[in-house]
Design a protein around this ligand. Structure first.
Ligand SMILES: Cc1cc2nc3c(=O)[nH]c(=O)nc-3n(C[C@H](O)[C@H](O)[C@H](O)COP(=O)(O)OP(=O)(O)OC[C@H]3O[C@@H](n4cnc5c(N)ncnc54)[C@H](O)[C@@H]3O)c2cc1C
Ligand code: FES
Length: 280
Protein backbone atom coordinates (compact mmCIF):
# COMPACT_ATOMS: atom_id res chain seq x y z
CA UNK A 1 0.00 0.00 0.00
CA UNK A 2 1.30 3.45 -0.87
CA UNK A 3 1.99 5.93 1.92
CA UNK A 4 -0.93 8.46 1.79
CA UNK A 5 1.27 11.13 3.43
CA UNK A 6 3.87 11.06 0.67
CA UNK A 7 3.62 14.00 -1.76
CA UNK A 8 4.40 13.79 -5.48
CA UNK A 9 7.21 16.16 -6.51
CA UNK A 10 6.06 18.75 -9.07
CA UNK A 11 7.85 21.62 -10.82
CA UNK A 12 6.35 25.09 -11.03
CA UNK A 13 6.05 25.74 -14.77
CA UNK A 14 4.26 29.07 -14.69
CA UNK A 15 3.14 31.59 -12.11
CA UNK A 16 0.32 33.99 -12.98
CA UNK A 17 -0.44 36.95 -10.76
CA UNK A 18 -4.22 37.00 -10.75
CA UNK A 19 -5.21 40.07 -8.76
CA UNK A 20 -4.13 43.71 -8.63
CA UNK A 21 -3.21 43.39 -4.95
CA UNK A 22 -0.87 40.51 -5.98
CA UNK A 23 -2.24 38.37 -3.13
CA UNK A 24 -3.52 35.67 -5.49
CA UNK A 25 -1.28 33.69 -7.77
CA UNK A 26 -2.02 30.69 -9.95
CA UNK A 27 0.67 28.03 -10.01
CA UNK A 28 0.80 25.77 -13.03
CA UNK A 29 2.76 22.68 -12.02
CA UNK A 30 3.94 19.58 -13.86
CA UNK A 31 4.77 16.16 -12.40
CA UNK A 32 8.47 15.24 -12.41
CA UNK A 33 7.50 11.59 -13.02
CA UNK A 34 4.77 10.95 -15.66
CA UNK A 35 3.76 7.83 -13.68
CA UNK A 36 2.77 10.10 -10.77
CA UNK A 37 0.44 12.05 -13.08
CA UNK A 38 -1.34 8.79 -14.00
CA UNK A 39 -1.84 8.01 -10.31
CA UNK A 40 -3.18 11.52 -9.63
CA UNK A 41 -6.56 10.98 -11.36
CA UNK A 42 -8.90 13.68 -10.00
CA UNK A 43 -12.40 15.12 -10.35
CA UNK A 44 -13.60 18.77 -10.29
CA UNK A 45 -14.18 19.80 -6.67
CA UNK A 46 -11.29 17.86 -5.16
CA UNK A 47 -8.31 19.42 -3.40
CA UNK A 48 -4.69 18.58 -2.69
CA UNK A 49 -2.21 19.30 0.09
CA UNK A 50 0.55 21.52 -1.28
CA UNK A 51 3.83 21.27 0.58
CA UNK A 52 6.90 23.45 0.73
CA UNK A 53 9.96 21.53 1.98
CA UNK A 54 10.66 22.31 5.62
CA UNK A 55 7.73 24.73 5.92
CA UNK A 56 4.61 22.55 5.99
CA UNK A 57 1.57 21.87 3.84
CA UNK A 58 -1.91 23.30 3.33
CA UNK A 59 -5.07 22.25 1.48
CA UNK A 60 -5.73 24.00 -1.86
CA UNK A 61 -8.54 23.28 -4.33
CA UNK A 62 -7.56 21.95 -7.75
CA UNK A 63 -8.35 24.72 -10.23
CA UNK A 64 -7.48 22.76 -13.38
CA UNK A 65 -9.83 20.26 -14.98
CA UNK A 66 -9.14 16.59 -15.76
CA UNK A 67 -9.87 17.61 -19.37
CA UNK A 68 -6.61 19.62 -19.28
CA UNK A 69 -3.96 16.87 -19.12
CA UNK A 70 -0.27 17.49 -18.48
CA UNK A 71 -0.46 19.98 -15.64
CA UNK A 72 -2.33 21.03 -12.52
CA UNK A 73 -3.42 24.54 -11.54
CA UNK A 74 -3.66 25.87 -8.00
CA UNK A 75 -4.76 29.42 -7.21
CA UNK A 76 -3.35 30.46 -3.87
CA UNK A 77 -4.26 33.36 -1.61
CA UNK A 78 -1.35 34.62 0.49
CA UNK A 79 -2.78 33.92 3.96
CA UNK A 80 -0.08 32.61 6.32
CA UNK A 81 3.03 30.51 6.68
CA UNK A 82 2.82 27.99 3.82
CA UNK A 83 0.99 30.17 1.32
CA UNK A 84 3.51 33.01 1.85
CA UNK A 85 6.37 30.59 1.15
CA UNK A 86 4.50 29.43 -1.96
CA UNK A 87 4.14 33.03 -3.09
CA UNK A 88 7.89 33.53 -2.70
CA UNK A 89 8.69 30.56 -4.97
CA UNK A 90 9.81 30.97 -8.58
CA UNK A 91 9.14 29.18 -11.84
CA UNK A 92 11.35 26.06 -11.91
CA UNK A 93 11.12 25.48 -8.14
CA UNK A 94 9.91 22.12 -6.83
CA UNK A 95 7.02 21.61 -4.43
CA UNK A 96 4.99 18.65 -3.18
CA UNK A 97 1.42 17.72 -4.09
CA UNK A 98 -0.44 15.15 -1.98
CA UNK A 99 -3.76 13.90 -3.26
CA UNK A 100 -6.19 14.08 -4.90
CA UNK A 101 -8.22 14.42 -1.69
CA UNK A 102 -11.88 14.67 -0.74
CA UNK A 103 -15.07 14.12 -2.70
CA UNK A 104 -16.17 16.06 -5.76
CA UNK A 105 -19.08 17.78 -7.45
CA UNK A 106 -21.61 15.12 -8.55
CA UNK A 107 -21.07 15.60 -12.28
CA UNK A 108 -22.76 12.30 -13.11
CA UNK A 109 -25.94 13.44 -11.30
CA UNK A 110 -25.67 16.81 -13.04
CA UNK A 111 -25.79 15.19 -16.49
CA UNK A 112 -28.96 16.12 -18.41
CA UNK A 113 -29.64 18.98 -16.01
CA UNK A 114 -29.26 22.73 -16.15
CA UNK A 115 -26.34 23.83 -14.01
CA UNK A 116 -26.03 27.09 -12.11
CA UNK A 117 -22.54 27.93 -10.85
CA UNK A 118 -22.30 30.71 -8.28
CA UNK A 119 -18.93 31.94 -7.07
CA UNK A 120 -17.61 34.79 -4.98
CA UNK A 121 -14.09 36.10 -4.57
CA UNK A 122 -11.19 33.71 -4.86
CA UNK A 123 -13.34 30.65 -4.11
CA UNK A 124 -13.90 30.30 -7.86
CA UNK A 125 -11.01 27.81 -8.15
CA UNK A 126 -12.82 24.45 -8.15
CA UNK A 127 -15.74 26.13 -9.93
CA UNK A 128 -13.30 26.93 -12.75
CA UNK A 129 -12.37 23.25 -12.82
CA UNK A 130 -16.05 22.29 -13.06
CA UNK A 131 -16.87 24.85 -15.74
CA UNK A 132 -13.87 23.92 -17.89
CA UNK A 133 -14.84 20.26 -17.52
CA UNK A 134 -18.46 20.86 -18.58
CA UNK A 135 -17.48 23.11 -21.50
CA UNK A 136 -14.98 20.61 -22.93
CA UNK A 137 -16.20 19.54 -26.40
CA UNK A 138 -16.62 15.91 -25.31
CA UNK A 139 -18.71 16.87 -22.25
CA UNK A 140 -20.80 19.92 -23.21
CA UNK A 141 -23.61 17.81 -24.74
CA UNK A 142 -24.18 16.01 -21.42
CA UNK A 143 -25.40 19.18 -19.67
CA UNK A 144 -28.35 21.48 -20.26
CA UNK A 145 -28.14 25.24 -19.84
CA UNK A 146 -25.05 26.38 -17.98
CA UNK A 147 -25.30 29.68 -16.09
CA UNK A 148 -22.54 31.31 -14.07
CA UNK A 149 -22.76 34.17 -11.59
CA UNK A 150 -19.29 35.19 -10.49
CA UNK A 151 -18.48 38.27 -8.47
CA UNK A 152 -15.67 40.01 -6.64
CA UNK A 153 -15.40 43.23 -4.66
CA UNK A 154 -13.84 45.01 -7.64
CA UNK A 155 -12.56 44.13 -11.10
CA UNK A 156 -8.95 43.88 -9.87
CA UNK A 157 -9.94 40.98 -7.62
CA UNK A 158 -11.54 38.77 -10.27
CA UNK A 159 -9.65 35.57 -11.11
CA UNK A 160 -8.98 34.19 -14.58
CA UNK A 161 -9.81 37.46 -16.35
CA UNK A 162 -8.80 36.25 -19.83
CA UNK A 163 -10.93 33.14 -19.53
CA UNK A 164 -13.88 35.11 -18.16
CA UNK A 165 -13.85 37.18 -21.35
CA UNK A 166 -13.76 34.00 -23.48
CA UNK A 167 -16.61 32.36 -21.56
CA UNK A 168 -18.59 35.61 -21.78
CA UNK A 169 -18.30 35.39 -25.57
CA UNK A 170 -19.56 31.79 -25.79
CA UNK A 171 -23.15 31.16 -26.80
CA UNK A 172 -23.48 27.98 -24.76
CA UNK A 173 -22.92 29.55 -21.35
CA UNK A 174 -24.82 32.39 -19.66
CA UNK A 175 -22.04 34.34 -17.94
CA UNK A 176 -22.99 36.98 -15.38
CA UNK A 177 -19.81 38.63 -14.11
CA UNK A 178 -20.23 41.27 -11.47
CA UNK A 179 -18.31 43.55 -9.11
CA UNK A 180 -19.67 45.13 -5.94
CA UNK A 181 -18.65 48.56 -7.19
CA UNK A 182 -16.44 50.18 -9.83
CA UNK A 183 -15.21 53.64 -10.81
CA UNK A 184 -14.63 52.50 -14.37
CA UNK A 185 -17.42 53.81 -16.64
CA UNK A 186 -16.36 51.36 -19.38
CA UNK A 187 -16.77 48.28 -17.09
CA UNK A 188 -18.58 45.93 -19.50
CA UNK A 189 -20.32 43.58 -17.08
CA UNK A 190 -22.64 43.87 -14.05
CA UNK A 191 -22.35 45.95 -10.92
CA UNK A 192 -23.96 44.61 -7.74
CA UNK A 193 -23.61 41.86 -5.16
CA UNK A 194 -23.72 38.19 -6.20
CA UNK A 195 -27.09 37.50 -4.44
CA UNK A 196 -28.68 40.47 -6.28
CA UNK A 197 -27.42 39.37 -9.69
CA UNK A 198 -28.47 35.79 -8.90
CA UNK A 199 -31.99 37.04 -8.12
CA UNK A 200 -32.12 38.93 -11.43
CA UNK A 201 -30.66 36.22 -13.66
CA UNK A 202 -31.54 32.83 -12.17
CA UNK A 203 -35.30 32.70 -12.52
CA UNK A 204 -35.98 28.97 -12.82
CA UNK A 205 -35.00 25.93 -10.80
CA UNK A 206 -36.57 23.46 -13.18
CA UNK A 207 -34.39 20.40 -13.74
CA UNK A 208 -31.46 22.36 -12.26
CA UNK A 209 -28.60 21.94 -9.84
CA UNK A 210 -26.78 24.87 -8.25
CA UNK A 211 -23.23 24.74 -6.99
CA UNK A 212 -22.04 27.59 -4.85
CA UNK A 213 -18.68 28.50 -3.39
CA UNK A 214 -17.65 31.76 -1.79
CA UNK A 215 -17.35 33.72 1.41
CA UNK A 216 -19.92 32.80 4.12
CA UNK A 217 -21.67 36.18 3.85
CA UNK A 218 -22.25 35.67 0.12
CA UNK A 219 -23.59 32.17 0.68
CA UNK A 220 -25.84 33.39 3.51
CA UNK A 221 -27.60 35.85 1.21
CA UNK A 222 -27.58 33.72 -1.95
CA UNK A 223 -29.14 30.64 -0.36
CA UNK A 224 -32.57 32.31 0.24
CA UNK A 225 -32.56 33.57 -3.36
CA UNK A 226 -32.15 30.03 -4.66
CA UNK A 227 -34.82 28.77 -2.24
CA UNK A 228 -37.24 31.47 -3.43
CA UNK A 229 -36.72 30.42 -7.06
CA UNK A 230 -37.56 26.85 -6.00
CA UNK A 231 -34.27 24.98 -5.64
CA UNK A 232 -34.82 22.06 -3.19
CA UNK A 233 -32.01 21.74 -0.64
CA UNK A 234 -30.89 18.48 -2.31
CA UNK A 235 -30.04 20.49 -5.44
CA UNK A 236 -27.94 23.19 -3.75
CA UNK A 237 -24.34 22.02 -3.45
CA UNK A 238 -21.62 23.73 -1.46
CA UNK A 239 -17.95 23.24 -0.72
CA UNK A 240 -16.63 23.78 2.84
CA UNK A 241 -13.16 25.06 3.78
CA UNK A 242 -12.62 23.85 7.37
CA UNK A 243 -9.21 23.86 9.02
CA UNK A 244 -7.43 20.62 8.10
CA UNK A 245 -4.26 18.74 8.87
CA UNK A 246 -4.05 15.20 7.47
CA UNK A 247 -6.65 15.58 4.69
CA UNK A 248 -7.45 11.84 4.83
CA UNK A 249 -9.77 11.34 7.82
CA UNK A 250 -7.05 10.40 10.33
CA UNK A 251 -6.43 13.40 12.64
CA UNK A 252 -9.98 14.52 13.47
CA UNK A 253 -9.12 18.18 12.85
CA UNK A 254 -11.85 18.94 10.35
CA UNK A 255 -14.95 17.28 11.82
CA UNK A 256 -18.42 18.74 11.55
CA UNK A 257 -20.50 16.40 13.70
CA UNK A 258 -19.68 12.89 12.50
CA UNK A 259 -18.52 14.06 9.06
CA UNK A 260 -14.88 14.55 8.12
CA UNK A 261 -14.83 17.53 5.78
CA UNK A 262 -11.57 16.27 4.25
CA UNK A 263 -12.96 12.81 3.41
CA UNK A 264 -16.78 12.97 3.37
CA UNK A 265 -16.54 16.48 1.85
CA UNK A 266 -15.56 19.17 1.10
CA UNK A 267 -18.63 18.99 -1.18
CA UNK A 268 -22.02 18.66 0.58
CA UNK A 269 -25.63 19.26 -0.41
CA UNK A 270 -27.48 21.86 1.63
CA UNK A 271 -29.85 19.04 2.65
CA UNK A 272 -26.88 17.23 4.21
CA UNK A 273 -25.50 20.38 5.84
CA UNK A 274 -28.90 20.98 7.47
CA UNK A 275 -28.43 17.73 9.41
CA UNK A 276 -25.00 18.78 10.79
CA UNK A 277 -24.15 21.04 13.73
CA UNK A 278 -23.47 24.62 12.57
CA UNK A 279 -19.71 24.36 13.21
CA UNK A 280 -18.68 25.15 9.66
C1 LIG B 1 -10.75 21.98 0.96
C2 LIG B 1 -10.02 23.30 0.99
C3 LIG B 1 -9.72 23.95 -0.19
C4 LIG B 1 -9.06 25.18 -0.17
N1 LIG B 1 -8.77 25.76 -1.36
C5 LIG B 1 -8.06 26.90 -1.37
C6 LIG B 1 -7.67 27.48 -2.60
O1 LIG B 1 -7.98 26.97 -3.70
N2 LIG B 1 -6.91 28.61 -2.57
C7 LIG B 1 -6.55 29.18 -1.37
O2 LIG B 1 -5.85 30.21 -1.39
N3 LIG B 1 -6.92 28.68 -0.18
C8 LIG B 1 -7.65 27.54 -0.15
N4 LIG B 1 -8.00 26.99 1.05
C9 LIG B 1 -7.64 27.69 2.30
C10 LIG B 1 -6.19 27.40 2.63
O3 LIG B 1 -6.04 26.02 2.93
C11 LIG B 1 -5.71 28.21 3.84
O4 LIG B 1 -5.72 29.58 3.56
C12 LIG B 1 -4.28 27.74 4.16
O5 LIG B 1 -4.40 26.58 4.94
C13 LIG B 1 -3.48 28.72 4.85
O6 LIG B 1 -2.24 28.07 5.08
P1 LIG B 1 -1.02 28.91 5.60
O7 LIG B 1 -0.03 27.96 6.18
O8 LIG B 1 -0.53 29.84 4.55
O9 LIG B 1 -1.70 29.79 6.72
P2 LIG B 1 -1.66 29.61 8.31
O10 LIG B 1 -0.38 30.21 8.75
O11 LIG B 1 -1.99 28.23 8.71
O12 LIG B 1 -2.92 30.51 8.68
C14 LIG B 1 -3.04 31.87 8.26
C15 LIG B 1 -4.43 32.38 8.56
O13 LIG B 1 -5.40 31.69 7.78
C16 LIG B 1 -6.34 31.03 8.61
N5 LIG B 1 -6.66 29.75 8.00
C17 LIG B 1 -5.86 28.69 7.85
N6 LIG B 1 -6.52 27.68 7.23
C18 LIG B 1 -7.76 28.14 6.98
C19 LIG B 1 -8.92 27.60 6.38
N7 LIG B 1 -8.96 26.35 5.90
N8 LIG B 1 -10.01 28.38 6.28
C20 LIG B 1 -9.99 29.62 6.76
N9 LIG B 1 -8.95 30.19 7.36
C21 LIG B 1 -7.84 29.47 7.46
C22 LIG B 1 -5.64 30.89 9.95
O14 LIG B 1 -6.58 30.84 11.02
C23 LIG B 1 -4.82 32.15 10.00
O15 LIG B 1 -5.58 33.26 10.41
C24 LIG B 1 -8.67 25.77 1.07
C25 LIG B 1 -8.97 25.12 2.27
C26 LIG B 1 -9.64 23.90 2.23
C27 LIG B 1 -9.93 23.19 3.51
S1 FES C 1 -8.01 16.84 8.22
FE1 FES C 1 -7.53 15.14 9.46
S2 FES C 1 -9.44 14.17 9.70
FE2 FES C 1 -9.83 15.74 8.25
Amino acid sequence: MENPYLPYPVRIEKITIETEDRNLKTFRVGFLDPEDEKKFAYHPGQFAELSVAGKGECPIGIASSPTEPGFLLFTVNKAGVVTTHLHNMKEGDILGVRGPLGNWYPLDEMEGKNVVIIGGGFAFTTLRSTLVYMLAPENRKHFGEISVVYGARNEGLLLYKDELAIWQGRRDVNMHITVDATDDPSWPYHTGFVPTITEQKITSAENSIAIICGPPIMIKFTQPVLEKVGFPHETIIMSLENRMKCGIGMCGRCNVGAEYVCKDGPVFTLAKLNTLPKEY
